[in-house]
Design a binder for this molecule. Structure first.
Ligand SMILES: NC(=O)c1ccc[n+]([C@@H]2O[C@H](COP(=O)([O-])OP(=O)(O)OC[C@H]3O[C@@H](n4cnc5c(N)ncnc54)[C@H](OP(=O)(O)O)[C@@H]3O)[C@@H](O)[C@H]2O)c1
Length: 333
């Protein structure tokens, strides 16, 4: 079977397709024939050596496919079910425990960018009935991270306003969930074309952060000087601006560090506005299942910017790294 592997050195040039042996399953495991995978910033970080992962290393956290075989102790899946991978395998429900973090798929644990994968049944969910495997391959990290931020941590309500930064996978899912809840969305991007696409998806106000350095002033203008109830922080370098755009008592869910891990930040805004700043780690399996119900009921379709085939692997990785995408980038096996 084909697998996507970082060979002997870090770097996108060293990611290749290799032949590996189809895995055999244990009693509690399911063999999945992968139909599609989606890329995350995590994959790029691993490729570039940010985690010092030992090489050669098979990549991948997000996949969806069809159940080909089930182990003798498997009870929740049947051959033919269409399933997606659950990222933090041991976070099944309730609060995240520190030991759960060691079970993150793709971080040297059960990588999934292969034609066939063998996973415990607890590491899989059935996909929403309204989605194709390619669409469902976008859910495990980006979809669930957005759901966790908007619903579980942010507790966003109809009529409230959320600020989303950039138009990548997490932000675009967050836009769709926020609109389904009846909230108002302000979204930023470095591209006016992408902002037009965001408006078509329901964004109420848009700001080009590349053209307007003090974009937080526009956020205040759009909210009559009050600020937003919730912000999903993607940059961290711009956290000071996010704080300025917040309402008294608002919540900031910190998700990404696209601008770097070290912000020159004053604490005064957080204190004066009595803000809640919440870190986030994707989500639990039970949240994944609740999200999938909501996706079905509201007929939400993940935004797949581009689908590549496995033969276009280098092109697909380069496209994702350049940040040309709006929503998600998918690779079909
Ligand atoms: N905490 C967690 O559990 C968790 C889970 C998933 C992802 N993440 C992190 O969240 C971030 C976003 O993930 P993603 O999957 O949505 O990534 P993505 O699909 O690659 O999207 C990134 C987008 O963010 C925008 N952007 C780039 N640099 C920016 C900056 N300095 N300030 C503001 N926006 C910027 C760009 O949008 P435009 O082209 O529109 O400008 C870019 O396309 C990444 O840092 C990722 O590692 C964390």
């Amino acid at each position: 079977m084909k697998s996507i592997v970082v060979k002997n050195r870090y770097g996108l040039d060293n990611v290749t397709i290799e032949e590996q042996v189809i895995p055999t399953i244990r009693a509690n495991e399911v063999l999945v024939k992968v139909q599609a995978v989606s890329f995350n910033q995590l994959d790029l970080m691993i490729v570039k050596g940010a985690f010092g992962t030992s090489l050669p290393h098979t990549l991948g956290s997000d996949a969806a496919g069809i159940v080909e075989e089930i182990g003798t102790a498997v009870t929740n899946f049947q051959v033919g079910d269409v399933v997606a991978t659950h990222f933090i395998q041991d976070w099944q429900s309730g609060d995240l425990k520190s030991e759960d973090l060691a079970s993150r798929l793709g971080t040297s644990v059960k990588e999934v960018f292969s034609e066939y994968i063998a996973l415990p049944e607890s590491s899989l969910v059935k996909i929403p009935k309204n989605l194709s495997p390619a669409e469902a391959s976008t859910l495990p990290i980006a979809g669930l991270t957005a759901w966790e931020a908007i619903v579980n941590l942010g507790k966003l309500k109809a009529g409230q306003t959320v600020l989303l930064q950039g138009t990548g996978g997490v932000s675009i899912f967050a836009l769709q969930f926020a609109k389904a809840l009846g909230a108002k969305v302000i979204i930023t991007s470095s591209s006016n074309d992408k902002l037009e696409m965001a408006k078509k998806l329901g964004a109420d106000e848009v700001i080009n952060y590349a053209e307007i350095a003090d974009w937080q002033m526009k956020v205040l203008e759009f909210t009559e000087g009050k600020g937003v109830d919730l912000a999903l922080e993607m940059s961290w370098a711009d956290m000071g601006k996010t704080i300025e755009g917040m309402k008294l008592g608002g919540k900031i869910v910190v998700i990404g560090l696209l601008g770097g891990a070290n912000a020159n930040l004053s604490v005064f805004g957080i204190l004066q506005k009595a803000l809640s700043v919440l870190g986030s780690q994707v989500g639990s399996k039970s949240s994944f299942e609740v999200m999938n119900k909501a996706i079905e009921v509201n007929n939400i379709k993940p935004v797949v910017d581009k689908e590549f085939t496995i033969n276009q692997l280098s092109e697909a990785l380069a496209y994702f790294e350049e940040g040309k995408h709006f929503g998600k980038v998918v690779l079909e096996f």
